[in-house]
Design a protein around this ligand. Sequence first.
Ligand SMILES: Cc1ncc(COP(=O)(O)O)c(C=O)c1O
Length: 411
Amino acid sequence: MTCDNDNEIGSCFESAVKALARARRFDAPVYVTRPNLPTLEAYMRAVAPAWERRWLTNDGALHAQLEAALAMRFDVLCFRLFCNGTVALLAALQALGLEDGEVITTPFTFPATVNALHWRRLRPVFCDIDPKTCNLDPAGIAALITPDTRAILPVHVFGTPCDVDAIQAVADAHGLPVIYDAAHAFDVEYKGKSILQYGTMSMLSFHATKLFTTAEGGALAAPNTVIASEAKQSPPDLNERLRLLKNFGIADENTVIAPGVNGKMSELHAALGLTQLESVADEIANRRRIAMRYNERLADLPGLTTPVFDTEDVKHNYAYYPLRVNGEIYGMDRDALHAQLKLFNIYARRYFHPLCSTFAWCRVEPGCLPVAEAAARETLCLPLYGALSPESAATICDVITQLGTLARETA
Ligand SMILES: Cc1ncc(COP(=O)(O)O)c(C=O)c1O
């Protein structure tokens, strides 16, 4: 395509994109994710016992069943369900007695991570991230530790495990707990065991956008080693403390032990979780197939960096497909690509955007966290879910390929 002057170039690109959109636009929106739902009949069968018992929440039988099944799946003795991941994280901070100080964390995360700290009067101290994994860079942690540091709060971003061994080494050297935000990391394994078996505690989210969902929901898990060392302390132990804290701190009819919250998961939500226990492995396999297709088609395009999933140590869950866009080389930047894709009914997501270090309540000067700032500028999560057809994935790749070519030709 040739365009003769600057004015023509813009309109030339726009008309070429419009023509492409006429040919390749999806009839219905393709969103960044879609929950892996059972049939309505299967859900009704799962929830029926709660109906029959007229027992909707507060330690119901379905809740107990899901809690036990997940504890066994991840091989942890301490496992508590919550109404969502954010409240679970808040309860973890409370259960460990963390308040009034600083927590070293990553800016490249969802607002929930740093907002939970705010509610405990804990100030996030941001550490920059590793450019390859986009997880907290362990090399930066030690320099940020002060007498006010209470904990380290890393995030297994997009389900990719943090460098848990290096983080634990720094934490042990300074006697700090490590609470992992594992919202994205359902079923992820590292060195042959569940990622939830690392650190002091981990939080999961079962939000509707997550690989395993209860619509809204979450959980806390603690490794068995932590529970063993806790057992030496005075009761109630961590597992029991979490149970009480998510129910207002009520211990019995006469006793409230702490200012707990309402963090309970209902029977209706637990029933949805129970229906997915079996199908999540297939969902991961299907997502893997789509992710591999994206990688094959996009890896060699100029200016795009495709994600790494499984490695020797990592069994990934393929929960997200984070593509990095170098605008100078690809032809348009991440924000422009995100906007152009909408013309094709493709709703990718700028994730994480905005960066948490830009929030008014924990702002850091631009330029202080260069790796995270670049990741927040360049990352675009493409649609990824088990039911996405190979043809749809191919069309998304065609559109991204052709948009880049048009942008470079008209630049
Ligand atoms: C990294 C991360 N942490 C925390 C949360 C919050 O979890 P929830 O929505 O279950 O409260 C989310 C997303 O929902 C997330 O992506």
